[in-house]
Design a protein around this ligand. Sequence first.
Ligand code: SAM
Length: 316
Amino acid sequence: MTDSYGRKIEYLRLSVTKRCPLHCIYCKDETETNENELSASQLEKIVRAFAVCGITKVRLTGGEPLMRSDIPDIAERISKTDGIKKLVLTTNGVRLKEYAKGLQKSGVSAVNISLDTLDKEKYKALTGCDCLQNVLDGIEEAERCGISHIRINSVLIRGQNDADAENLIHLAKDRKIDVRFIELMPFSDTGENERLIIKGEEILRRFPYLKPLESQKSNIEKSVAKYYAADGFQGRIGFINPISEQFCSDCNRIRVLSDGKIRPCLGSDTEFDIRDWIDNEEKLTEAVRNAIASKPKGHSFSCGYAGFHGLDKIGG
Ligand code: SAM
């Protein structure tokens, strides 16, 4: 369905948990408990209501979605839902080796893996966890299992891992993997993070061999990333620039948090609690319609933006 600003909303980002084994320095909240998490069957019902309202693509996210041992079951239920054409997942990769095969069998066709450095010590400093090798093994396993589209998402932070950009880009050289840089979004209200942000254009200046690719997206593939190619590289390099570019006018997304609240916009606090309607198909669908219709025209991130909560909570 289209929202009040004529945007066709087709893409649901579904957070299945707030839990995460990592404590990334830019990801604000930390939750250890699975309290209020929706069951696989509740998630399935929610997705069914969204599909009735025109959602065709679902991304499983969190928190860390692979903290849930029932993630293959969740994936299977969603991929079999009428109207859902594409199911994808975002993970930190720590448990991917264990789950890649099950996810692929359950209908997950693409996986985004968050990885900000290839240096073991830096990884530990950025995430609080000594598990870089698990992530690298997870990526290999995803390739081996035939997950057709693998992307690495990296956030660069000035003075922390900006020197890692080149090594990360090189992951796309010999493997059919896309590497995408996401601009750091504000994660505290102090405004001090502005100097930490590395904008996409700064990375492009450092690597002039990256050449822009023509936009080639069908509607369902519509992506906020701009892609570049390098001669001889199998994968592409992408840039997602929420700070230096506004993509609200093209936004086709809506989010559901792991406790059953719909967030029409990442940059707004407005939420719709649908938990009470999960077993009432008619009311649930009506609540989803209202939430889509109420999606705001846009937002702007600026440092210290008070409405921004850590993406682990909202579902990155
Ligand atoms: N646990 C999963 C993962 O690590 O990919 C999914 C959730 S995580 C919140 C999703 C993505 O949000 C990660 O790629 C992470 O780097 C990104 N992210 C979190 N906080 C961010 C911030 N302040 N600015 C930019 N990206 C952020």
